[in-house]
Design a binder for this molecule. Structure first.
Ligand code: NAP
Length: 279
């Protein structure tokens, strides 16, 4: 069994981004909007700002109070859409309940939508002709590639069908000619379906969800889940101790998919700069 080192792969990606930015003397800027006081969101935003520093990208933080109105938020997005220093705009989710996430995301210019959540970018991912990567699934693909595993023709099972992870994950695997099955809460015989997988990606959000009886011997197992266990420690969806010995490769949590998501965000921000320079 081999552990896939997401930190190392993400460090390589970020180093390449920095190299390109320095070589071409680019000025790249990412605006990060955070509304309210969600602790997890604060940690994610801080990590994104740190990654910007590592890559040589300038980050602009907009921390808005919990009671920000939708109008105020949309006005800020509009200002940033028209700000030449800002190449990428990211609005940290979830937003407080009184704000409509879909309206806010759709207000971001598709050319600056570095999370690739805007319907235009989601559609492009579906078609297979896209500039912005869906960050978490693209990070997963990089991790799979880092193992040297050929995806074409493989049985791949994705557990989870969310718009930000499960669905785009399935699309990227499909674009690389995998045979893809998407599972969700209504899937019958889940363990049996998962046991078919040469590559199993779990994006459920429940600790200890994927057990050894769901995994084929020699499978590549990618754990997207980010959960807290009974001791309040960060963990994934996979019951790691019993699943790991069966795998050819497995991602740990933390230190697997998480760092890759942020690296892909940086890649998208550099891509945004290039797209805008050519526009
Ligand atoms: P989500 O929107 O809550 O989706 C969870 C998916 O799991 C749904 O499609 C749901 O099915 C499915 N599911 C729930 N219970 C199930 C069951 N018993 N059997 C089979 N499927 C079941 O979550 P998400 O946003 O995709 O995130 C998933 C996990 O990934 C979370 O832990 C999140 O924190 C983590 N995450 C990590 C990163 C990272 O960078 N590492 C990035 C994003 C998300 P239904 O659709 O039928 O309800």
């Amino acid at each position: 069994m081999n552990i896939i080192d997401g930190k190392a792969v993400s460090a390589e990606v970020k180093a390449k981004i920095r190299e390109e930015i320095e070589r071409d003397k680019l000025e790249v800027g990412l605006a990060v909007i955070i509304v309210g006081n969600d602790q997890a969101s604060r940690v994610y935003v801080n990590n994104k700002k740190k990654a910007c520093e590592v890559c040589g990208i300038k980050s602009y933080e907009y921390a808005l109070p919990e009671d920000t109105t939708e109008q105020e938020l949309l006005e800020l997005v509009n200002t940033l859409n028209n700000d030449g220093k800002v190449n990428g705009i990211l609005c940290q989710l979830p937003l407080p309940k009184h704000l409509n996430e879909e309206r806010v995301i759709e207000s971001i210019s598709p050319l600056k939508d570095v999370d690739a959540f805007h319907a235009v970018n989601v559609g492009k991912i579906m078609i297979g002709n896209y500039a912005f990567l869906p960050c978490t699934p693209a990070g997963v693909m990089e991790l799979i590639h880092s193992t040297g595993t050929e995806v074409s023709g493989k049985e791949c099972v994705v557990i989870g069908r969310s718009n930000i992870v499960g669905k785009p994950m399935a699309m990227l695997l499909l674009h690389e000619n995998a045979t893809v099955t998407i599972c969700h809460s209504r899937t019958k015989n889940l363990a049996e379906v998962c046991r078919r997988a040469d590559i199993l990606v779990s994006a459920v959000g429940r600790a200890d969800f994927v057990t050894a009886d769901m995994v084929k011997d020699g499978a590549v197992v990618i754990d997207v889940g980010m959960n807290r266990n009974a001791e309040n420690k960060l963990c994934g969806d996979v019951k790691y101790d019993e699943v790991a010995p069966k795998c050819s490769y497995i991602t740990p949590v933390p230190g697997g998919v998480g760092p890759m998501t942020i690296a892909m965000l940086m890649k998208n921000t550099l891509m945004a700069k290039k797209l805008q320079s050519n526009a």
